[in-house]
Design a protein around this ligand. Structure first.
Ligand code: NAD
Length: 258
């Protein structure tokens, strides 16, 4: 399976690793020699993915959990840790979106999105970091979004969650760099996954025109899942050994455009 050695014999825990960008990252990390524990709530896709990786000679295992449930998530991380032996790298990626006017968003929807996107990142980091501190090393990548720093109509709560995890990445880097831990964020624009396509569809239905011309004027084309996964690989790898607390935009220049 191995076509590179950027993560050779390193262990990686990935949340939301069974679909979309997470799936592309799982395949890419395995190709780069990683031993992978994948947490996801999509059991069928997770099991199919580890079979695919392991058949090709990779080493991966699937652990089922809804990351919004802190108890189940902690249990899955503990099982994953046992299977991996140690956690060298964490890709905290699981997340979803609600596209809705702020004033129509219910408290339950707010709580659910915060639990999936933000609280799960807190729980995952808090569970994994003590062992990294003890080891004196560790790498973390958290998936934020272009929505982490820009405001977007119909995506207020999503923007809140992505701003929060971007700040988590920056704060973890500040707090734990003296223990050899790096923590960075990737901030993709629209990516061609179930999430990205659903987002574009929902925005368009509610009056925006991403499909028609929105992408052309912002990021020129839709990003491929593999391109976002490559950014996560870069940040986890030793190529990024002195990069800590950064927000790596994967948006073809959208965020830097005037
Ligand atoms: P996706 O929907 O294609 O895949 C998400 C994966 O996470 C799936 O495997 C899904 O089963 C899993 N997942 C979702 N909720 C979960 C939960 N509660 N518990 C456990 N697993 C869960 O999405 P994607 O495009 O890979 O996006 C996922 C992440 O990327 C999110 O954090 C999202 O905010 C971020 N992101 C996506 C885009 C985009 O355009 N696709 C852009 C910027 C950021």
């Amino acid at each position: 399976m191995s076509t590179g050695n950027k993560l050779k014999d390193q262990t990686v825990l990935i949340t939301g690793g069974a679909g979309g960008i997470g799936r592309a990252a799982s395949l890419l990390f395995a190709e780069q020699g990683a031993i992978l524990a994948i947490i996801d709530y999509d059991k069928n896709s997770g099991i199919e993915l580890v079979e695919t990786i392991n058949k090709k000679g990779g080493k991966s295992a699937f652990f089922h959990a809804d990351v919004s449930d802190a108890v189940l998530l902690t249990e899955a991380i503990s099982q994953a840790k046992q299977w991996l032996g140690r956690i060298d790298n964490l890709f905290n990626h699981a997340g979803t979106i609600i596209v809705k006017p702020l004033h129509e968003t219910t408290l339950d929807e707010y709580d659910r999105l915060m639990a999936i996107n933000t609280r799960s990142a807190f729980v995952t980091c808090k569970t994994v970091i003590p062992e990294m501190v003890a080891a004196g090393k560790g790498n973390i990548v958290i998936t934020s979004s272009i929505n982490g720093e820009k405001g977007f109509s119909l995506e207020s709560v999503y923007c809140m969650t992505k701003g929060a995890v971007l700040q988590l990445a920056r704060s973890v880097s500040a707090e734990y760099r003296q223990y050899g831990i790096r923590c960075n964020a990737i901030c993709p624009g629209f990516v061609e996954t179930a999430h990205g396509l659903r987002e574009i569809g929902s925005l368009d239905i509610q009056g925006q025109t991403w499909e028609a011309d929105g992408l052309a004027s912002t990021q020129v084309r839709i990003c491929k899942a593999e391109e976002a996964a490559a950014a996560a690989l870069f940040l986890l790898s030793s190529d990024a050994s002195f990069i800590n607390g950064t927000a790596l935009y994967v948006d073809n220049g959208w965020s830097s455009k005037g």
